[in-house]
Design a protein around this ligand. Sequence first.
Ligand code: PLP
Length: 386
Amino acid sequence: MFKLSKKVQALPPYLFLEIDKAKRRARAEGRDIIDLGVGDPDQPTPKFIIDSLSQAALDPANHRYALDQGMPVLRNAIGDWYKRRFNVDLSPDTEILPLIGSKEGIAHFPLAFLNPGDITLVPDPCYPPYKGGTILAGGRPYLLPLIAQNDFLPDLKKIPLSVRRKAKIIFVNYPNNPTSACANDDFYTGLIEFATKNKMIVISDLAYSEMAYEDFKPRSLLEFPGAKDVVIEFHSLSKTYNMTGWRIGWACGNTQLIAALAKVKSNIDSGNFSAIQLAGVTALQGPQDYLKSMCALYQQRRDVLVSGLNSLGWSAIKPKATFYVWIKIPPQADALSFAAHLLKEANIVATPGVGFGQYGEGYIRMALTVPIERIKEALERIKKIS
Ligand SMILES: Cc1ncc(COP(=O)(O)O)c(C=O)c1O
């Protein structure tokens, strides 16, 4: 009876909902599903953070509307964390904006700068809100293929001049979901040069910077000269502190970009629950040693899964960072039917690469979010159907 707006009609289906439905159906049939689909940590939030929330929730001062721009104590803690981790100086007043999860900020940001028909440069495959946020703001995503031959980095030289002129924003995400690729310094330097020359905003999505292995330390794009002129970086407590459900992240970087996002958000939400903001401060300032054990856990799982799959003749890339394994499927198969086959024959949920965009065809993604015994069980099941 009611007609959806053209923008909403143009949105691609949200991949994880489709997968969730298929998984729920399978579970309802009583099947023992091993879910390597959704990238949600299986470990609990560290206790000292939960304790901090419990205490803060009891204080009536925290029950009222929060400040739109976030509590100063949180912005200071974020600034200190960036300084400690990346040696980047940020002004807590003008260069940091807390978010209700980084997804919220990423999806809202294009509203601040796009006019109808404007282009954003979007890596493909990618985290879906880059496309969704662009479309909801009336823009058009121009796809930058992330392919193995180019180490899953976009080839900026290949972007036609006519597209560069209309493009207002370029999205990058390293360590990358879903390919697990990482950026090198040359790419970041070239990206800032490219964006500066073409007067383009760079959105850097750094959600996975703390989930890295073998002493690899992913860098912030804001560490690079000239970055503050063009970059807004999005970060999150979700994956670093197992806090996906809490909804807390932030944007930081260029002052004008931060102010514009704050203006959009002041018309949409009223900030995070103050008790969650205070728990966020505790997370950022508290003991960080548990991070080492979290990475060690994912690393163990990674080694078992990747070597297991490859010994069965599969072609899985060993990630240096993120908890995703990007797996090439046989050339005759397509990603959707391959994932459906795994669910039907082995009760394993994997995410078809094509759900992240057309250049994800030919791949599936598995997340390292189940215990090692379940990964071993998944390998046994795959062996049986191979
Ligand atoms: C690349 C990427 N960016 C951002 C997010 C969103 O994180 P948040 O929980 O902060 O919204 C995710 C979540 O899966 C992600 O994969």
